[in-house]
Design a protein around this ligand. Structure first.
Ligand code: GTP
Ligand code: SPV
Ligand code: MN
Length: 600
């Protein structure tokens, strides 16, 4: 039975039913009974595996095909009418051509299967910033994940109303999970997403990257707000005030970890606390008081499992202890729980590795094999998180004081620096580059440009995206958040990280907050404001972060920066301008000014 009278929804569902020809159509109302029945069904068919219900109540396991374990950027398209509207960072195809190519692939694809119709809201129900999507899918895994990641079910239709046409049409079929026929396609001008032949995370949970970033960034440009690949956290200071910060790091570069940070002992004693509002995506809009407000459109965390442990990210681990779906981690067959590299130092001897083979985990990992896929993930409800912010469901969002950019850089970029102003900060965002990770298919560890950590997610022309950033700065004026850059990943000659990272990143947040409050001086350098000697608090880690190491962490190496500038000139010209991207003159001017300052 359909859950809405909205004729736009009903018409679209009729169309996709006629196209995909499912045996039956099930509308997902979000009720407990319905979800329990779906879980049972998925367990009975083997699509999901039930884990130890005493140790991990409500938790399920899922394995995707080895060819289907990460986002596929080379098969992801932005289909705007005009090629120049997709711009140089996206694969483009004419929408009519793409519809013509994909329609036969969807024709009858759900014969013998059930179609699930999932209404969902990105953002708290009733929030002026929230938006509705409807995803149809032939995967129970998708339904159960969407339940965790979004506000799913009837409530979303209540938000949409009976007449609105403002919902994103999300069509997913796992089809045959054929990598040669895999397509992740956004049609921004049609409010539509078509995904086929994948059953993995970011390719199929269409509310996430496809809608909340690719489609939403396009909507944000047109409607005057921003959709960004950013965590949102609150730092409660000893005086009780909470300062909110967003941070954009590329995939698998530390957003979930920073968002759930536990402050070092000294800070805890002083009364500092960190609260998580979001770990991956921020929608931001100017509020009535002129400041920038952010909501997390998601309702859960789709986090990287490997490396997560009680020490590195206690709050993330705690979030996965119930009602969580684990994808492509390893199974500990002794007690039917989960394991991944970095959880602890004891790989289970009786293990099933992520592809499904029974192995002796100790021997297997000793040979250099991995039990869990490097991009294995947990899908955990936000309410499980011990440090979830009391403002998590605030429909108005939280006011942002600072925006942080960062990436994985072995050299060049210091631990932290502050931009001179919003325009300079926008330049810094445009210049983010980072070593690639397992979150997307392709080589790992290759330095690539990833402006604002949004390279795979900007749903339109990157030049227009930068212009939109500059326009937002104009609008926000002196109420604009201050913009910073951080690098947790600086290495020594032997390739070891020289900054302890994780909870100790609080020390950098502390400096950032003081800069926002204007209570700490800084050194004005060619690249921006840097901490003065001794201003990054190293109490308790003096042995690890000696003054010499701190000097290295904060060094601005002129030769490396001259190289960086040459690369940015090449990037702006060859990768952007020559390929149809309009680099705003204000950003070119920032590059000139940076070079002039360095050569002074
Ligand atoms: P996506 O979900 O793909 O967007 O990733 P993310 O940005 O949320 O990254 P996440 O926090 O899951 O971290 C990814 C990897 O980086 C994990 O293996 C972490 O252990 C590692 N990491 C996170 N923070 C730090 C840090 O401060 N220092 C170091 N050295 N590694 C870190
Ligand atoms: C990312 O790759 O940035 C993720 C995981 O957060 S996915 O949802 O697969 O995009
Ligand atoms: Mn992400």
């Amino acid at each position: 039975m359909s859950l809405t009278k909205n004729p736009n929804v009903l018409k679209w569902v009729d169309e996709v039913v006629a196209l995909t020809k499912p045996d039956q159509v099930v509308w997902i109302d979000g009720s407990k009974e319905q979800l329990e029945a779906l879980k049972k069904e998925a367990i009975s068919t083997g699509e999901m595996q039930e884990l130890n219900q005493e140790k991990l109540p409500g938790c399920l396991y899922h394995r995707t095909l080895p060819n289907d374990v990460a986002r596929v950027e080379d098969r992801t398209f932005i289909c705007s009418k005009r090629k120049e509207d997709a711009g140089p960072t996206n694969n483009w195809c004419d929408p009519q051509e793409m519809y013509a190519k994909l329609t036969p692939m969807y024709d009858g694809v759900m014969k013998g299967r059930t179609m699930y119709v999932i209404p969902y809201s990105m953002g708290p129900i009733g929030s002026p910033l929230a938006k509705v999507g409807v995803e149809v899918t032939d995967s129970i895994y998708v339904v159960l994940n969407m339940d965790i990641m979004t506000r799913m079910g009837k409530q979303a239709f209540e938000n949409l109303g009976d007449t609105s046409n403002d919902f994103v049409r999300c069509l997913h079929s796992k089809a045959d999970v054929d990598p040669e026929k895999r397509y992740i396609v956004q049609f921004p001008e049609d409010n539509a997403i078509w995904s086929i032949n994948s059953a993995y995370g970011g390719n199929v949970l269409l509310g996430k990257k496809c809608f909340a970033l690719r489609i939403a960034s396009y909507q944000g440009k047109n409607e005057g707000w921003m959709a960004e690949h950013m965590l949102i956290l609150g730092v409660k200071k000893p005086d009780g005030e909470v300062k909110y910060i967003t941070a954009a790091f590329p995939s698998a570069c530390g957003k979930t970890n920073l968002a759930m940070l536990i402050p070092p002992e000294g800070y805890k004693k002083d009364g500092y606390e960190v609260f998580t509002v979001g770990d991956d995506i921020a929608w931001m809009k100017q509020g009535e008081d002129g400041r920038l407000y952010a909501i997390n459109p998601e309702n859960g965390f789709f986090g990287v499992a490997p490396g997560t442990n009680a020490k590195s990210n206690y709050n993330a681990l705690a979030s996965t202890m119930k009602n969580t779906i684990f994808t492509n981690v390893a199974i500990n067959d002794d007690d039917n729980t989960v394991w991944w590299e970095g959880l602890d130092k004891n790989p289970p001897e009786n293990a099933t590795e992520w592809k499904g083979a029974k192995v002796n985990g100790k021997e297997y990992t000793a040979e250099g094999n991995k039990l869990a896929h490097p991009n294995s993930r947990f899908t955990a409800p936000a309410i499980n998180c011990p440090c979830i912010s009391p403002e998590f469901n605030n429909p108005e969002g939280v006011p942002i004081s600072a925006i942080i950019f960062g990436g994985r850089r072995a050299s060049t970029t210091p631990l932290v620096y502050q931009s001179f102003d919003w325009t300079h900060g926008t330049y810094i965002g445009s210049a983010v580059s980072s070593e690639t990770t397992a979150a997307a298919t392709g080589a790992v560890g290759v330095l690539r440009h990833d402006p604002m950590a949004m390279k795979p997610f900007i749903g339109y022309n990157v030049g227009d995206y930068w212009a939109h950033w500059l326009a937002m700065g104009e609008k926000l004026g002196d109420k604009a958040p201050k913009i910073f850059n951080v690098n947790w990943f600086k290495q020594d000659e032997n390739g070891n990280f020289i900054w302890p990272g994780f909870g100790d990143n609080m020390r950098v947040l502390d400096w950032i907050i003081k800069r926002c409050e204007g209570t700490i001086e800084a050194d004005e350098t060619a690249i921006g404001y840097l901490p003065k000697k001794g201003d990054i608090n190293v109490e308790g880690i003096e042995d690890e972060v000696t003054p010499e190491i701190m000097d290295k962490l904060l060094a601005v190496d002129k030769d490396l920066w001259i190289k960086e500038i040459a690369e940015m000139r090449r990037y702006y010209k060859e990768d952007i301008a020559d390929k149809g991207g309009n680099v705003p003159a204000a950003l070119e001017a920032q590059l000139d000014a940076l070079e002039a300052r360095l050569n002074k």
